[in-house]
Design a protein around this ligand. Structure first.
Ligand code: AMP
Length: 125
């Protein structure tokens, strides 16, 4: 079910549980600000989710309310993961779903990183 991105943060969401170590994940990178792990249902040969460690519902919440240090740390982590995975030269796609029309399902900000094949047009019709 898509979520309403204007709702308050729910600390029982699945990514909050991953951050607390309550459920497992396949981590590819972690630093002070961010965690990156494999999507459980990959939509491309490489499909990584990068999440901030802070409690932000969506890109909207994060861009409005996160500190400059959190925003810088998270942005650098996204670029770092793509670089470390060798995706810069072949190319990759970033995607962040926000709210109902975008079909955001997990109410903790996550950036999808897709790569490993030619990804085609931006949106399915
Ligand atoms: P979104 O529709 O943008 O909210 O995407 C949520 C993503 O989280 C989907 O691609 C799911 O496959 C992924 N996902 C859900 N639960 C887990 C989990 N436990 N570990 C890794 N990825 C997950």
């Amino acid at each position: 079910m898509p979520i309403d991105a204007t709702l308050p943060y729910d600390d029982q969401n699945i990514f909050a549980k991953i951050l607390r170590g309550e459920i497992p994940n396949r981590t590819v990178y972690e630093d002070e600000w961010s965690l990156a792990f494999h999507d459980i249902n990959p939509q491309a040969p490489t499909h990584i989710l990068i999440i901030p460690k802070g409690a932000y519902v969506s890109w909207d919440d994060f861009s409005a309310n996160a500190s400059d240090a959190e925003i810088a740390g998270f942005t650098r982590a996204v670029g770092h993961v793509a670089r470390e995975m060798g995706l810069v030269e072949p190319g990759y796609r970033l995607l962040a779903n926000v709210g109902i029309d975008a079909h955001q399902e997990v109410p903790h900000l996550h950036v999808h990183l897709f790569g490993g094949k030619a990804l085609g047009p931006m949106l399915a019709r």
